[in-house]
Ligand binder design. Structure first.
Ligand code: SF4
Length: 344
């Protein structure tokens, strides 16, 4: 039977090394800690400690590291916790964006209505878990680099397969790019980064320049940089989850917890859309982020609430609604980018 040994370093002070603590936390967040069969300590300055002996035997210089023994196979050593997470996740069918085995059974109208009733006032973790149990990594979490990181945290804690995609418009703040990378490392999750198709983007920029949205509205630019990449991201999925909330703007007051997405289609033609945070307020989201020590975009510390592309986002002023931060030069009822269009 396969055995995984984790070698951790104990400092001379008696404390475990910080990297080893972080590695264990990552495995716990991903629900993989119980896959570690044995923990062995390498004591600082003690070459005879069991961990130091393993380090010597496998010629490894840094802790933590993992020794994987499979009967009849040579031992393998992994020095990257992320690699271990990916390997264990792949074996469990939860490797980032990996496809689930075969299509899931189709959800009938009656089943959808039943699920809608059951989940209408359920906690976000339960709503998301319902979709992940049914669709696994074929339920994609749309991560925009803002507070919707809560969804990734809930998915990681569920121990269920999940996948995450992001729309990289090419116009995000540097802070957002750094945040995406931090989330990738923190959760050991593969982010599927979707970028715009070059031809239409080049044609737009050639014809109208880089700031045409200030002149004739954001629709055309968002269509190329966001909506088309979103369509490609959704095409192989059966469901997707977004961080939309009803309290975000006048355009989102009727956001449903679970609905059939009539604007986009997925792998089976039909596509389900989940908004597990629909009933949460901004205060609840932030209470969760602080309580669970979830990473967040550093722009939030500088007055930014709703974060999108750099040219089209600004910090908000006291008393302003959070979506006032986006496309502020346009009418408040038009401030959606086409990702969450509702069709009757
Ligand atoms: S938010 Fe602004 S820069 Fe980003 S895609 Fe839309 S119009 Fe273009």
């Amino acid at each position: 039977m396969r055995k995984i040994t984790m070698v951790k370093k104990l400092l001379a002070s008696g404390e475990p090394c910080a990297k080893c603590v972080q590695a264990q936390e990552l495995l716990e967040r991903r629900g993989l800690w119980d896959r570690i069969d044995e923990v062995v300590w390498a004591k600082e300055g003690d070459a005879s400690s069991p961990g130091a002996q393993l380090a010597e035997r496998y010629q490894v210089e840094l802790a933590p590291f993992f020794v994987i023994t499979d009967p009849g196979q040579p031992d393998r050593v992994l020095t990257s916790t992320l690699k271990l997470v990916q390997e264990l996740g792949a074996a469990a069918g939860s490797a980032g964006n990996g496809a689930a085995a075969g299509p899931p059974p189709e959800l009938s109208e009656a089943e959808l209505r039943e699920a809608q009733a059951q989940l209408a006032s359920a906690p976000p973790a339960e709503i998301l878990s319902w979709a992940l149990r049914r669709y696994g990594a074929r339920c994609g979490i749309a991560f925009s680099g803002a507070e919707d990181v809560v969804l990734i945290d809930l998915a990681a804690r569920s121990g269920l397969p999940y996948s995450v995609f992001c729309l990289d418009t090419g116009r995000l703040h540097e802070e957002t790019y750094r945040f995406l990378d931090r989330v990738r490392a923190f959760y050991g999750v593969e982010l599927q980064i979707m970028t715009p198709q070059p031809e239409p983007l080049q044609a737009l920029v050639r014809k109208k320049g880089l700031f045409s949205f200030f002149e004739d509205g954001h629709g055309e630019c968002c269509g190329i940089r966001k909506v088309e990449p979103l369509k490609r991201a959704l095409a192989p999925l059966y469901a997707w989850a977004s961080g939309q909330r009803r309290d975000q703007s006048p355009t989102r007051t009727d956001v449903a917890v679970l609905e059939l997405d009539k604007s986009f289609s997925g792998a089976g033609g039909k596509l389900l859309k989940l908004n597990p945070l629909a009933a949460w307020t901004s205060a609840q989201v932030w209470e969760y982020i602080r309580r669970e020590k979830v990473p967040y975009n550093s722009l939030h510390d500088h007055g930014f609430i709703s974060i999108g592309c750099q040219p089209c986002t600004r910090p908000i002023r006291p008393g302003e609604h959070e979506r006032a931060a986006r496309w502020w030069w346009e009418d408040a009822t038009q401030r959606e980018c086409g990702l969450h269009v509702k069709k009757a």
